[in-house]
Design a protein around this ligand. Structure first.
Ligand code: AMP
Length: 217
């Protein structure tokens, strides 16, 4: 199974991808998570990208493409791309990688969501610094304020989830990533899923889509 999950920041790509990858046994390639891990380790790659990530700007294509290509090479069991591609150049690099490796994408799914809902969702998101569990102060609050239900570690707000940076990230999405929707609509099996519903309802629809794609492959 090879799939791409497109959608604005906060549309639920991360939450849904984790569930789908467990269910279908493919690798979860989430460029934002990879960058945050490198920034946390203060590795050379982390130091190179941290300014971009903190300001809500896109990391240069050449850096992202090299990172993703190495992950694709290592994921023979299939993969789900979460947060990549985000520009036309990245989409073309992915097509080139697929061609060179004799592979194809089974499904491209867009998680659609209204902008005001995205802003509210992201500014109330909190992440566990210990195990990475994600909470939401409105819809999925922790049992004890500021503490992870699963491991008890402190919850923090991603520093790119402040309202000003969220608005910047949405502008970047609208300018650079949204045009990819028509690119994929014409070339691949494309599905538009309403991400504004409960996470469970969205998961059910996505499982149906990917399940059918597996059977049809
Ligand atoms: P995310 O967790 O997907 O919202 O990504 C967080 C940040 O990582 C983005 O705002 C960008 O700075 C960077 N990033 C993640 N994926 C990409 C990508 N495909 N291209 C460029 N920058 C990216």
């Amino acid at each position: 199974m090879r799939a791409v999950l497109l959608g604005a920041p906060g549309a639920g790509k991360g939450t849904q991808s984790k569930i789908l990858c467990e269910r279908f046994g493919m690798a979860h390639i989430a460029t934002g998570d990879l960058f945050r891990a490198e920034i946390g380790k203060k590795s050379p790659l982390g130091l190179k990208v941290q300014d971009y990530v903190q300001k809500g700007m896109l990391v240069p294509d050449s850096v992202v493409i090299e990172l993703v290509a190495s992950k694709l090479d290592a994921s023979a069991q299939g993969w789900l791309l979460d947060g990549f591609p985000r520009t036309h150049e990245q989409a073309q690099a992915l097509d080139k990688w697929l061609e060179q490796n004799g592979q194809k994408i089974d499904a491209v799914v867009l998680l659609s969501m209204k902008e005001d809902v995205v802003v509210r969702r992201l500014t109330s998101r909190r992440t566990c610094g210990g195990c990475g569990a994600v909470f939401n102060l409105d819809t999925r609050p922790p049992r004890e304020e500021g503490k992870c239900d699963a491991c008890g570690a402190a919850l923090t707000q991603r520093n790119d989830d402040t309202e000003a940076t969220v608005r910047k990230r949405l502008m970047v999405f609208n300018d650079l990533t949204a045009p990819l929707i028509s690119y994929y609509k014409h070339a691949h099996d494309f599905y538009d899923v309403d991400g504004g519903r409960s996470p469970e309802a969205v998961t059910k629809e996505l499982e149906g889509i990917l399940g059918a794609a597996v059977k049809g492959a």
